[in-house]
Design a binder for this molecule. Structure first.
Ligand code: KG4
Ligand code: ZN
Length: 365
């Protein structure tokens, strides 16, 4: 039997420093991740400058750990894969420099991978190939998009968010509800205690058969539910309203403020919000599937860890009579196994990069 093709992947596009070794595109031999959640927690979101610095501190150890855990001798590794787009520029550059350095020292090809395409590939890890054509819904802290996929490398964008990403909405709503960061896991957990039908939050479906998403109105609806709808600004000719007058106007229409909500009421808000997000994602995925002769529904990204979304997509697959592929929990959030796995297909196709490869923070994907 021939020797497997081992690829070392590196991922540093946002706030996870990760390295992984994957054999033949699907067998994950190691998956090392240094998470920066504790660092960014008190800011309620990722602070780019802090993220870059933390990547520098973590990357050497993470690479060493992944190589050691995989137990594969470096001379057996066929290529180094890097997620060079999209992401935070400072973060991307740290991983890219590390990947170029290793590829140069080991004298192996460098393979460039799109981070969002890698999320769509994550469901293959440990499991095997996805049957195409597929409709893929990728939703994370930075992205929410729908694709038609004809192979791991052949992705056509069908729609995306016009404002907040789904994960970003989870994080911001958790902040409004004074829950911990990141918001997704905690909203998922407490929603189980809440009634998803009690508060009818808006589902922004946009016009006609649009496959785009919008979550900022939903986030504002939660904010108003908690803090009240701001009243009209008091106007007095020739005088700008002072802070007291503005506060009085706010209070006229004020909600009760999160400090006056019971645990049960917070759970009801969380469940209502989550139901609105999941309904919207499901409806759009169904629309996308309707435009393609799909064999498989695929989800990926941090929000693909959401239990209500997983249940809804499973149900949709049953209804449409097609397969459903969801990544294992460890491969939903950012990781380098999906980078190394997808890179196998580019390497097979002879699509490799060279040491002039650039980081691209924003790309139309
Ligand atoms: O894919 P990821 O690690 O990073 C990006 O590429 O953005 O996704 C992180 C996002 C965060 O917004 C987090 O709140 C969300 O995924 N998330 C979840 C869950 N677990 C993580 N959202 C909903 N439910 C979850 N269980
Ligand atoms: Zn991601």
């Amino acid at each position: 039997m021939s020797e497997p093709t081992y690829i070392l992947g590196i991922e540093s596009s946002c706030d996870e420093t990760a390295c992984s070794i994957v054999a033949n595109g699907t067998d994950v031999l190691s998956n090392s991740i240094a998470s920066q959640i504790d660092l960014h927690k008190r800011f309620g979101g990722v602070v780019p400058e802090l993220a870059s610095r933390a990547h520098i501190e973590a990357i050497n150890n993470i690479i060493a750990e992944a190589i050691e855990q995989a137990g594969v001798a470096p001379e057996k590794i066929s290529a180094v894969a890097i997620a060079n787009e999209p992401g935070l520029i400072g973060s991307l550059l740290i991983g890219l420099m590390a990947a170029k350095t290793i590829a140069w020292i080991w004298d192996v090809p460098l393979v460039a991978v799109n981070h969002v395409y890698a999320h769509a590939y994550a469901a293959s890890l440990d499991e095997g190939p996805i049957e195409y054509p597929a409709a893929a819904l990728i939703c994370s802290g930075g992205h929410t998009a729908l694709y038609r996929c004809d192979s791991p490398m052949d992705m056509t964008l069908l729609g995306g968010t016009i404002d907040d990403a789904a994960g970003e909405a989870f994080d911001k709503v958790a902040k409004i509800l004074e829950l911990s960061y990141p918001g997704g896991p905690v909203i998922d957990r407490i929603s189980r205690e809440g009634d998803p039908k009690l508060i009818d939050f808006p589902r922004s479906l946009l016009a006609g058969d649009s496959l785009d998403f919008s979550f900022s109105g939903l986030k504002t609806a939660v904010l108003y539910h908690v803090n009240g709808v701001p009243g009209p600004r008091p106007t007095r000719v020739g005088k700008k309203p002072g802070p007291t007058a503005r506060r009085a106007a706010m209070q006229e229409n004020a909600g009760r403020g999160i400090e006056n909500f019971t645990q049960q009421e917070i759970a009801d808000v969380a469940a209502g919000f989550q139901a609105a997000v999941v309904d919207t994602l499901k409806i759009k995925l169904r629309r996308a599937a309707g435009k393609i002769d799909v064999k498989t529904l695929v989800i990926g990204g941090g929000v693909a860890a959401n239990s209500a979304l997983r249940a809804a997509v499973t149900e949709l697959g049953d209804k449409l009579g097609c397969a459903v592929r969801m990544p294992k929990m460890a491969y939903c959030v950012d990781n380098a196994a999906m980078t190394a796995g997808l890179a196998y297909h580019y390497l097979q196709a002879g699509q490799v990069a060279d040491l002039t490869l650039a980081a691209r923070p924003t790309v139309r994907i």
